[in-house]
Design a binder for this molecule. Structure first.
Ligand code: NAP
Ligand code: ZN
Length: 352
């Protein structure tokens, strides 16, 4: 098969397409013909730059959220058949720790990751345990499924399970045009919230409004707290969907919380070290809740919402495997309006 094989860590130029043997499914596993896989900042780009700190072993194939068609089923791979349209959940849980045994697999501390710890979907075929597959509903494209799988389940976990957003509450979504942010805007709307989108440029605020946000604030050109208090009539928001952890914007977002509010986060692209006003935290009965990951249920909820037309993927462009290096350059540069998706069945190189 054709695959983008990582033989050394480095810049985007280390990504080359090679011919490698077709993968064979181990017992309990399947082979999926990949139709779409997304390009991710925190996983793909960081593993490519230096995956050693994440436990990646070379040679390696990136790609954490492949979606496509099952083409081979090994013994013990129950409940799945050749021809099934599926998306692959990347987390391989240990199945033995207290969290896994207690039905809270998304908190498993021993999770391994397809595309990080074993070969992923930047290839024509990928193998996966049968229990990691979820059906892609008819009417949902593989491109949409890959992108939705990447962000929306995490957004459901953060907003529905952890922040427990109630209908009628106000939610401030930071980085609202990012992958997770765009999903957060849509999930908050599904939960019945009124959404204020925070973004770093007027054009990005416009994109978030077009994606369903009710209000928008450019937090680079305006005082975020002042604007949110103005919009909410002085009350603030019940929930901040943060996920940036930038030392400048984090305190501003935290100060937007109304009495009893919750700030949820699963990201730290902005640095991760921020100042916390502890008096405000306890005085106003606020909660800060961290929580990466998502459960099977969150994945199923997200794909079902996509089938119902409530959730759509925000896709910047779809490129062939040969353009993997170009895709990484674009993702690294930033400013994309949605995800870049690779389609291993497409041929040719990007024309940009
Ligand atoms: N499945 C998931 O989605 C998932 C799961 C677990 C954790 N996470 C984490 O969630 C965070 C967001 O992921 P993502 O895929 O949504 O990233 P992304 O697409 O790059 O979006 C991040 C957004 O944050 C804003 N931002 C502000 N300061 C930034 C900075 N210094 N560097 C980068 N972005 C900055 C940007 O918007 P403006 O330019 O408009 O400010 C950008 O749109 C990451 O830390 C990721 O590791 C994601
Ligand atoms: Zn476990």
């Amino acid at each position: 098969m054709r695959a983008v094989v990582l033989r050394e860590y480095g810049g985007p130029e280390v990504l080359h397409v090679e011919e490698v043997p077709d993968p064979v499914a181990a017992p309990g596993e399947v082979v999926v013909e990949v139709h779409a896989v997304s390009v991710n900042q925190s996983l793909d780009l960081k593993v490519r730059a230096d995956g050693t700190n994440r436990g990646t072993v070379l040679p390696h194939v990136l790609g954490v959220d492949p979606a496509g068609v099952v083409v081979a089923v090994a013994d013990g791979a129950d409940g799945v058949a050749v021809g099934d349209r599926v998306a692959v959940i990347p987390h391989i849980r240990c199945g033995q720790c207290d969290f896994c045994a207690g039905g809270r697999e998304e908190q498993c501390p021993h999770s391994r990751h397809i595309g990080v710890h074993r070969w992923g979907g930047y290839a024509e075929y990928v193998t996966a345990p049968a229990r990691n597959l979820v059906p892609v509903p008819d009417g949902v494209s593989f491109v949409d499924a890959a992108v939705i799988l990447r962000h929306a389940p995490t957004a459901f976990n953060l907003l529905r399970n952890l922040a427990e957003v109630q209908s009628g509450e106000w939610v401030l979504v930071m980085g609202a045009t990012g992958g997770l942010g765009a999903a957060g805007v849509q999930v908050a709307k599904i939960l019945g919230a009124t959404v204020i989108a925070g973004a770093g440029a007027d054009s990005r605020v416009e994109v978030a409004l077009a994606n369903g946000a009710d209000h928008g604030v450019n937090y680079r050109s305006h005082d975020l707290t002042e604007e949110v208090l103005r919009i909410t009539g002085g009350r603030g928001v019940q929930v901040v969907f943060e996920n940036i952890s930038d030392p400048v914007t984090w305190p501003k977002a935290f100060a937007c919380l109304a009495h009893g509010g919750r700030l949820v986060t699963a990201g730290a692209h902005g640095g991760g070290k921020v100042e916390l006003d502890v008096r405000r935290l306890y005085g106003r009965r606020l909660r800060i809740i961290g929580g990466a990951g998502a459960s099977r249920q969150d994945v199923a909820t997200a794909l079902e919402a996509a089938r119902e037309g409530l959730l759509h993927a925000v896709v910047d462009r779809v490129l062939p495997l040969d353009s993997a290096a170009e895709a990484h350059r674009l993702a690294e540069k930033g400013g994309l309006l949605g995800k870049i998706v690779l389609d291993p069945r497409a041929r040719g190189e990007a024309t940009e």
